[in-house]
Design a protein around this ligand. Structure first.
Ligand code: ADP
Length: 260
């Protein structure tokens, strides 16, 4: 007797993602992953079903920010199930795939692109209002792959006053322009420090947001201060305990952005 060829429905077929939002930066260390994590957490807190795709394949830092242990992804023929943070954010990252924290040091461009396609297409995201994508710094293979394969609604670009007159971040902004991806917000992170007397100190020098005006158009510019509590919470895997009005403002902005 021949067994009937019963094909189970692929759960990922039922994925429904309302909007895909990129978080980008010119260079590393400006707080891009922290902002991506805070944004996803804020959206989830506001009641939006939220996913976070860590597209920084070779330098993933999202799981650690949320305290998610390595090897947390489960998968089978039906697709891959994201790990879920205490605040309800569904996360996919190479750091969750591998048991060891050490990743192979050399990932070729095509493998990076293939991994991103899988994270997007083979994950059982379910119904999401927003998928936040944490891109690696710069205009890398990963950034190109995401822009080519995902229906991107818009992007948030993160910079700091340290970035040399914004030269590197200009490249990221130009890439968005070329791909016709709307810039939803320009974030200047670590913009200033407020001392015990309440005075604002520009630790890394004056803002250079004005220098970028030709590329940022009317996108809102949002400054986030240096917050020791943020880096402490991030190191402790408790990024979701940090609630910032500036981030809530960006989250509200994203929620009012139409899908493509
Ligand atoms: P990137 O993703 O751009 O490489 P990260 O998000 O990993 O940057 O942040 C780099 C470091 O700076 C981390 O240690 C993080 O905790 C810290 N950091 C980020 N933003 C702030 C901030 N506003 N105040 C204090 N520390 C911050």
């Amino acid at each position: 007797t021949r067994r009937a060829d019963v094909r189970l429905p692929q759960l990922k077929q039922f994925n429904q993602v309302g909007q895909v939002i990129l978080v980008m930066s010119g260079k590393g260390g400006v707080g891009k992953s922290s902002i991506a994590a805070l944004l996803a957490a804020s959206l989830s807190r506001q009641g939006a079903k939220t996913g976070l795709l860590d597209a920084d394949i070779t330098g993933p830092s999202i799981p650690k920010l949320f305290g998610l242990p390595p090897g947390g992804l489960r998968g089978g023929e039906l697709g891959m199930l994201p790990a879920v943070t205490p605040g309800g954010v569904r996360v996919v990252s190479t750091n969750l795939l591998l048991k060891e924290a050490d990743l192979p040091t050399v990932w070729r461009g095509p493998l990076i692109a293939a991994t991103i396609r899988q994270f997007w297409g083979d994950t059982i995201w379910g119904k999401l209002d927003t998928l936040i994508v944490d891109l690696p710094p710069g205009t890398s293979d990963a950034a190109i792959a995401v822009l080519n394969y995902l229906p991107v609604s818009g992007a948030v670009v993160v910079t700091t006053p340290q970035e040399l007159a914004g030269l590197v971040v200009r490249k990221a902004l130009k890439l968005l322009q070329n791909k016709e991806v709307p810039l939803l917000a320009l974030v200047e992170n670590m913009s200033y420090f407020t001392d015990s007397q309440g005075a604002k100190i520009e630790v890394f020098g004056p803002s250079h947001l004005d220098d970028l005006a030709d590329l940022t158009g009317s996108a809102p510019r949002i400054q986030i201060p240096i917050l020791p509590a943020l880096s402490q919470a991030a190191d402790a895997g408790a990024v979701e305990t940090i609630h910032l009005p500036e981030i809530d403002r960006i989250a509200a902005l994203l929620r009012s952005t139409p899908s493509p």
